[in-house]
Design a protein around this ligand. Structure first.
Ligand code: ADP
Ligand code: TYD
Length: 205
């Protein structure tokens, strides 16, 4: 089973992906936890290039190609082999992030993103995707309470995040079968309980 988490930066995805991973481990389910961009040595290096604040000259196409390169390596090297061995694979972001950020938020044409997504993913579609939904305003409020400096992606403006937010909602509406949209302002425990009830239901099928 392939489970992905999507949402704006600071929506709480990583928190929930990790809690799900720990829960499954505790219940002796074979699973791995990954993040995008990243998850392999090559993909982590690509991540550094993408997020480097000094790379202000990066074009939208280069950015999208780098996300796709990182994803392609992760899918081939880690995700597909683990799915074959019967693991539950949990990924913090996947190709829907490219649709939301690079197409809805950025300058990439939707059709191009969909095509390259499919190529980079080798056709691999998640079984379950959780969209942890918080508004850009709530995301900015969480961001401002954090002390670390922002990376290149987090430096984008409010208009960008409003478009990304709208993008995620549209993607979820178009892919109802695999999507569960969860209110990200609920408590961490409540969100976790919603997630495990959905995953358990699917695992018992
Ligand atoms: P993401 O991976 O989506 O960027 P994180 O899981 O890193 O988000 O969470 C971002 C911040 O919000 C962290 O400080 C985290 O503790 C906090 N947080 C996560 N989930 C919730 C929640 N349900 N309610 C309030 N704060 C949360
Ligand atoms: P990360 O620090 O992992 O952010 P988060 O904790 O919010 O997931 O940084 C990943 C950034 O890259 C984030 O701003 C979202 C962005 N992104 C894209 O723009 N396109 C993509 O395809 C992916 C996977 C991420």
């Amino acid at each position: 089973m392939f489970i992905t988490f999507e949402g704006l930066d600071f929506s709480g995805k990583s928190t929930q992906a990790k809690l799900l991973y720990e829960y499954l481990k505790k219940h002796k389910v074979k699973c791995i936890l990954l993040r995008e961009p990243g998850g392999t040595a090559i993909s982590e290096k690509v991540r550094e290039i993408i997020l480097d604040r000094e790379h202000i000259e990066m074009t939208p196409l280069t950015e999208f190609m780098l996300f796709s390169a990182s994803r392609s390596q992760l899918v081939s090297q880690v995700i597909k082999p683990h799915l074959k061995k019967g693991y539950v694979v949990i990924c913090d972001r996947y190709y829907d992030s490219s649709i939301a950020y690079q197409s809805f938020g950025g300058k990439m044409e939707l059709n191009h993103v969909l095509q390259v997504n499919n190529i980079a993913a080798g056709g691999l579609v998640p079984d379950i995707t959780f969209l942890i939904e918080i508004t850009p305003k709530a995301a900015f409020a969480r961001a401002s309470s954090r002390r670390n400096s922002k990376d290149r992606m987090e430096n984008k403006n409010t208009a960008f995040y409003n478009k990304v937010y709208k993008g995620f909602k549209e993607i979820a509406a178009k892919n109802r079968k695999r999507y569960t949209v969860i209110n990200g302002t609920l408590s961490i425990d409540r969100i976790h309980n919603i997630i495990i009830s959905i995953v358990n239901k699917k695992l018992s099928k």
